[in-house]
Ligand binder design. Structure first.
Ligand SMILES: [Zn+2]
Length: 276
């Protein structure tokens, strides 16, 4: 599943190249998670002639700003965006959205169709707010301070891994990055968030930033369905300390990595290096 670093790498791979492009046509394939035009009175034809001004990211949503209105794009479980200024092959069975512009075509390839492209009149429109308003703070934003992080987790009586996966207090710490950050902070995933001391919370805060930054630097993870908008695979998975390494020796202490289920997700940790 594409996580925040993959989404950000995808954004960086085409944001500059699509900025200033005029929309020539839209092609919509099979239905995605939500309809492109959830509000009656808009159609694909309305978007033709508008200019793409900027591509931003909020959580795992890409916000494609146009001269009028925005498109919110989510990659779901298996979505991949391709932007090409050369002619793309005819849309295949899993290509469900094409935005054809004067500077190239943006295509969403999404075999499982949990992704979505949604039009909103603005970021403040109710449909956009429904998707964006409850997101936690951005990990690389000014609001994600050590104070804020400690206070947020201190109120939560769930295991810290679950708290991180909830997207609150911070967005972008999905299953891989939560497992990795907890390893680097030497914290067991089962530890109740409310019982984590300030020094350990600070260590986890730093580990989250380091793990996400590392993933961004490496171009996102190589998880099965992900490739960035140039079609290149990332390399993060090769660097994982615990994620998907059940039974393999810990890189630090050589004790086999354990795996447990938490809230229907697999968690990986080293019972020797990570303490409750
Ligand atoms: Zn270890």
């Amino acid at each position: 599943m594409p996580e925040l670093p993959e989404v950000e790498v995808t954004r960086l791979s085409f944001a500059d190249r699509i900025a200033g492009a005029r929309i020539l046509a839209l092609r919509v394939g099979k239905p995605l998670r939500w309809p492109l035009f959830p509000v009656l009175g808009h159609s694909a034809d309305d978007l033709v002639g508008r200019t793409v001004t900027e591509v931003r990211r909020r959580g795992k949503y890409l916000l494609l700003d146009m001269s009028e209105g925005i498109l919110l794009i989510h990659l779901g479980m298996s979505g991949r965006l391709i932007f090409s200024n050369a002619a793309l092959p005819l849309a295949g069975a899993h290509d469900h959205f094409d935005l054809q512009t004067t500077q190239g075509t943006l295509r969403l390839h999404d075999p499982r169709r949990f992704g979505a492209v949604v039009y909103a009149e603005s970021e403040e429109a109710p449909i956009a707010q429904k998707l964006l308003a409850n997101l936690g703070v951005e990990p690389f934003g000014d609001a994600f301070t050590m104070d804020y992080f400690y206070k947020s987790i201190h109120q939560r009586k769930s295991p810290i891994k679950q708290v991180l996966l909830s997207g609150q207090p911070v967005v972008g710490v999905g299953n891989i990055y939560a497992s990795e950050a907890l390893f680097h902070a030497a914290l067991r995933p089962q530890t109740l968030a409310s019982r984590i001391s300030r020094p350990r919370a600070d260590k986890l805060h730093a580990a989250i930033l380091r793990v996400l930054q590392n993933a961004l630097d490496l171009g996102g993870s190589t998880l099965r369905d992900f490739a960035n908008a140039h079609g290149e695979d990332g390399h993060f998975q090769l660097q994982a300390a615990v994620y998907d390494r059940a039974g393999l020796p810990c890189h630090v202490c050589l004790v086999p990595i354990k795996t447990i289920r938490q809230g229907q997700r697999s968690t990986f940790y080293c019972a020797n290096c990570q303490r409750p």
